[in-house]
Design a protein around this ligand. Structure first.
Ligand SMILES: Nc1ncnc2c1ncn2[C@@H]1O[C@H](COP(=O)(O)OP(=O)(O)O)[C@@H](O)[C@H]1O
Ligand SMILES: [Mg+2]
Length: 340
């Protein structure tokens, strides 16, 4: 039996999503193979031995010596989304402690978490993306950061001269659509930038793509020449875009697997997903998200998620289910590749 620590919660805006993901992971782990140690991190960053797998009145017990506790395990699966979990921080800690863990390493995790840096890497990898502007908030003033990293004062007219409405405004470090807004005019743009600045000082303004939203899953067993890529799935958000509510609170949001695309488009998306994964130096797993523009059929990459949602209804496990890798097997392969 392998002792596996499943870490969840965390001080991130995606704390609750992590609880749902971890619950599914624990339910789907092969109990004959793994001894499961659920570990809960609360929003303040305290660590607890948790009781997620059974209905119980037992209280979580705070772990006094986190290092010692982690070192007693064979492998760790940080099922954490967002800051302090998906961004390289916990990965760095596990590296230092020499504890095997599932998923991307420090560099890939931190690039994947930061939307501005992801864009810079994808540009270099020649993966098409929608035009964007990088804004930085410094000492309460907003600056546009140019390609050469010199900055200039933000004037909304400069954005309008470069990008067409609708635009999407996002905190650079965020996930689950927290802080993401769509703007159809200059007033909404201004408000959305201010709103995004509550979450991060680095802000991204993107030109909107009118099209399908599709996702592709990657499983990397450790052999870089043999990355497993799923088919492509489409998300149909129940709201105007795939907002936090459309993702988690509105049951009418749907996923279609495989997406209704030509075979050649599916192949192109799969190829680009691998390229994106390699570009950030990924390992273990990722879900890569794209838009396919209605008018042109152009494929634009949106983002890469190094710790995608893992709930029963999440796209990542469903995409592999569709190609014959069921959830417990998927977990097995991820964990075994972490231990090698
Ligand atoms: N450029 C864009 N064009 C059209 N829709 C977008 C664009 N950027 C984001 N969206 C919508 O907003 C959602 C959340 O944005 P995303 O960049 O994926 O952030 P998160 O990391 O929070 O998932 C997307 O799933 C999509 O529905
Ligand atoms: Mg997204």
């Amino acid at each position: 039996m392998r002792k596996i620590g499943i870490i969840f919660g965390g001080s991130s805006t995606e704390h609750e999503i992590s609880l749902m993901s971890a619950k599914s992971v624990i339910e789907n782990l092969n109990k004959e193979k793994y001894d499961i140690y659920p570990i809960y991190i609360d929003k303040e960053g305290k660590w607890y031995k948790a009781y997620i797998q059974k209905e119980t009145s037992e209280k979580n017990i705070e772990i006094e010596n986190v290092v010692k506790y982690l070192k007693s395990l064979d492998v760790v699966f940080p099922v954490l989304h967002g800051k302090n979990g998906e961004d390289g921080t916990i990965q760095g800690m596990l590296e230092m402690l020499k504890i095997p863990y599932v998923g991307c390493k420090v560099l890939a995790s931190s690039i994947g978490m930061d939307k501005v840096y992801t864009k810079i890497i994808f540009e270099r990898a020649k993966i098409s993306q929608t035009p964007y502007i990088h804004i930085q908030k410094k000492n309460n003033t907003y600056k546009i950061v140019k390609d050469n990293f010199e900055d200039e004062n933000l004037e909304l007219e400069k954005i309008i001269a470069k990008l067409k409405f609708p635009m999407f405004i996002k905190p650079s470090n965020s996930g689950s659509s927290v802080g993401v807004k769509k703007a159809n005019n200059i007033e909404e743009l201004e408000r959305a930038i201010e709103n995004a600045s509550k979450y991060d000082t680095k802000i991204l303004v993107e030109q909107g793509v009118n099209g399908k939203e599709v996702e592709c899953a990657i499983l990397d067993d450790g052999n870089k020449n043999n990355i497993v890529v799923s088919t492509v799935g489409e998300v149909l958000p129940a709201e105007e875009f795939y907002s936090f509510d459309a993702k988690y609170n509105i049951p009418e949001s749907k996923t279609i697997i495989p997406a209704k695309l030509d075979d050649s488009q599916i192949e192109e998306v799969r190829k680009l997903a691998i390229r994106a994964f390699k570009a950030i130096d990924g390992s273990g797993l990722s879900r890569v998200d794209f838009f396919i523009e209605n008018e042109t059929n152009n494929i634009y990459i949106n983002e890469i998620n190094t710790m995608p949602g893992f709930t029963q209804i999440s796209m990542y496990p469903k995409l592999f289910e569709a190609v014959g890798i069921n959830y417990p097997e998927l977990l097995d392969r991820l964990i075994e590749s972490a231990i090698i």
